[in-house]
Write a protein that binds this ligand. Structure first.
Ligand SMILES: *Cc1c(COP(=O)(O)O)cnc(C)c1O
Length: 227
């Protein structure tokens, strides 16, 4: 199993490199977040042994237990799942990054609850680019104002945007949605926000996301297997 995770990781890294080359982008312009939700500490240890240090988790209590059990390793933890207000303290105390900030109240609580001895929490705003009614994520219309307010919160550092688009029928359709996210990202940068992270692309749409400017892909299944 450990060799499988190591092999999967090198295949995913090779795919990222190939997608970067195809897009005329340097390989180091895209980082890999290994999504370890539902997998145990042994899987995370195996991935770390194969050189992976950044891990993404969706379920907060599960993540907090795992983070505690892996204190001996120098790992970076990213919260990528929905956050209810009664869970913000756990997120502020245990994670390094949060990709799933989608409203002001959550951002304010994270900033207030971030312990003083830790560096600022690194934050992406989740944006609902393709407009799914029931999906989380701020609307593109509401994004600029939220981004301005979040960027001024003292204990957060706004790094960029995160998207989870619906799977599209064709590669061209998938790329069109990713291109919309990239355009929103660039327009915030033009407004003076110093953003460097576009968290976009998963196992199935990694290459399309990289072609359209993703700087961080979040990959679970292709590394750890089917959940
Ligand atoms: C589960 C999950 C992923 C990883 O998805 P895979 O298809 O397993 O690669 C990425 N991002 C988010 C927000 C997720 O919930």
């Amino acid at each position: 199993m450990n060799t499988t995770i190591a092999e999967n990781l090198s295949r995913v890294r090779a795919q990222i490199e190939a997608a970067c080359q195809a897009a005329g982008r340097p390989t180091h312009s895209v980082s890999l977040l290994a999504v370890s939700k539902t997998w145990g500490t042994e899987a995370v240890r195996a991935a770390h042994a194969a050189g992976q240090t950044a891990f993404g988790e969706n379920y907060i209590q599960e993540a907090v237990d795992k983070i505690g059990a892996l204190q001996d390793l120098p790992l970076q933890w990213h919260c990528i799942g929905p956050i209810q207000s009664n869970k913000t303290r756990l997120v502020a105390e245990h994670f390094d990054w949060v990709h799933s900030v989608d409203r002001l109240k959550i951002a304010q609580r994270l900033s207030e609850q971030r312990p003083a001895h830790l560096p600022p929490l690194q934050v992406c705003i989740q944006v609902n680019v393709d407009g799914g009614e029931t999906k989380s994520g701020v609307s593109p219309q509401a994004l600029p104002e939220l981004a301005q307010v979040v960027s001024a919160l003292p204990r957060l550092q706004l790094r960029g945007l995160m998207t989870i688009p619906e799977p599209a029928e064709t590669d061209a359709q998938m790329r069109a949605v990713h291109a919309q996210a990239k355009a929103l990202f660039e327009s915030l940068r033009q407004q003076g926000l110093p953003l460097d992270t576009l968290s976009m692309g998963m196992s199935a749409d990694m290459a399309a996301a990289i072609a359209e400017g993703s700087t961080m892909v979040r990959v679970g299944t292709a590394i750890f297997g089917k959940r």
